[in-house]
Design a protein around this ligand. Sequence first.
Ligand SMILES: CC(C)(COP(=O)(O)OP(=O)(O)OC[C@H]1O[C@@H](n2cnc3c(N)ncnc32)[C@H](O)[C@@H]1OP(=O)(O)O)[C@@H](O)C(=O)NCCC(=O)NCCS
Length: 160
Amino acid sequence: MLSDLDFVQSVEDDPANRPFITPWERVQHEGAIRFPDFRHFIAEAGEGWPSAGFVILQGCRSPHGAVELKRIVLQPKGLGYGRALVRLLAEMAFRDLGAHRFWLDVKEKNERALALYRDEGFVEEGRLRDSVRSGDGYESLIVMSMLRSEHEARMKETSP
Ligand SMILES: CC(C)(COP(=O)(O)OP(=O)(O)OC[C@H]1O[C@@H](n2cnc3c(N)ncnc32)[C@H](O)[C@@H]1OP(=O)(O)O)[C@@H](O)C(=O)NCCC(=O)NCCS
């Protein structure tokens, strides 16, 4: 909700997160909340973390069924919430949004996120070389995706 945006911006401004994301202007967040192609969520993680972070999905109305995990940021790190959230979002993309493809890009130096996405079944598609400014230079982005068939196979493997 619009009332969550102070929190969202404080998470984006946190030096622990800033190297890994490209923060948006408030008006972009406002647009994402209003525009139906986006879903803008607060992640809740129980009593200790009623607002643990946030997620933005894009392409929710894509005629190609290509849903993008545009942003995921969690304040409690290394506690397993990221993995749980990525699983939930994949389920949401394929089951609720009818995605054929769930994809994202990640900065090549973001080892934590890369390890998580690989482990959760995302496949590396390629590298967008020197795509984002970083200090005096540029950083490359790695594009990753999971297809519906891959997600279904994964679900079968893990279901009891
Ligand atoms: C990326 C992020 C969402 C992951 O969430 P998280 O709750 O920290 O991750 P989890 O605790 O679920 O860890 C999942 C896996 O990430 C990897 N990981 C976690 N911490 C790591 C670290 N410091 N270095 C390398 N890999 C790490 C591990 O593979 C881990 O799985 P395991 O503990 O079972 O081995 C979160 O750390 C975050 O918000 N980071 C800052 C913003 C960001 O990078 N967003 C993603 C942009 S693409």
